[in-house]
Design a protein around this ligand. Structure first.
Ligand code: NAD
Length: 251
């Protein structure tokens, strides 16, 4: 329980990877603040399970991030994880989707970080963990906004690492390949349409074909990596992109 004196905010933690990270940090004793959308009953059950508070806010708007950070209180571990995807060719890409993806997947991480850092500096310890993606390091067709946002998030993270290096605050990206979550399930119909494929073809020939292990990454694996990044042994890991992608970006 090495995190029992730490307070962690995980954005997008009502589902998928963020929820797994929240569970892993909670298991090490961290006080957890949840964020994200969902059914009120389901969120109440998660708060009960994790002894957590949930601060509702739409993080695709700057005012929403400010509401979240004000409601969350002082944060020692910030996990910028909330994200969304849209799959379409560039010339057909809905401009409102572009704006939303850049706002949620990139700008929200900037705003949450700038608002969390003063407490971390005062406390003399902090961890910023950003859920990036293999798409922070490489591209795929039809994902222009997502790839741009995740590459940007990697750049933001490197800059944070340099600025915070002497404050005992690290900033890193975890870069998963395909993780079986509602986000991935939700992009299957659009990918079927964009590529003229069946559901099975999308799973096997678009998704898992990128991962030499031919397996989806598990959300709990990401949780374990987040825990490791909080350890003293990880104090010199900063400004990195940690790939958890079954070998995708090794090719
Ligand atoms: P998910 O759809 O299961 O969860 C997304 C979370 O973000 C939910 O809690 C949702 O409520 C929240 N959210 C969505 N829009 C929001 C908004 N406007 N304001 C506040 N919260 C909002 O997705 P996931 O697969 O767990 O993805 C989490 C992160 O991991 C994302 O940044 C995603 O890009 C990244 N990622 C996912 C995969 C994958 O294969 N699933 C791979 C690489 C990276």
């Amino acid at each position: 329980m090495f995190l029992s004196d730490k307070r962690a905010l995980i954005t997008g933690s009502t589902s998928g990877i963020g929820l797994a990270v929240a569970r892993a940090l909670h298991a090490e004793g961290a006080e957890v603040v949840l964020s994200g959308f969902g059914e009120a009953d389901a969120i109440a059950a998660l708060c009960e399970e994790l002894g957590a508070v949930h601060v509702p806010a739409d993080l695709s708007r700057r005012a929403g991030v400010e509401t979240l950070m004000a409601g969350a209180g002082p944060i020692d571990i910030l996990v910028n994880n909330a994200g969304m995807q849209h799959v379409a060719p560039v010339e057909e890409f809905p401009v409102d989707k572009w704006d939303m993806i850049i706002a949620l997947n990139l700008t929200a991480a900037f705003d949450a970080s700038r608002l969390a850092i003063p407490h971390m500096k005062a406390a003399g310890w902090g961890r910023i963990i950003n859920t990036a993606s293999a798409h922070a390091l490489t591209a795929s067709p039809f994902k222009s906004a997502y790839v741009a946002a995740k590459h940007g998030l990697s750049g933001l993270t490197k800059t944070l690492a340099l600025e915070l290096a002497t404050h005992n605050i690290t900033a890193n990206c975890i870069c998963p390949g395909y993780v079986w979550t509602p986000l991935v399930e939700g992009q299957i119909p659009d990918t079927m349409a964009a590529r003229g494929m069946t559901r099975e073809q999308v799973i096997n020939d678009v998704m898992l074909v990128r991962q030499p292990t031919r397996k989806f990454v598990q959300p709990s694996d990401i949780g374990e990596m987040a825990v490791f990044l909080c350890r003293d042994a990880a104090a010199n890991i900063t400004g990195t992109n940690i790939s958890m992608d079954g070998g995708w970006t090794a090719e």
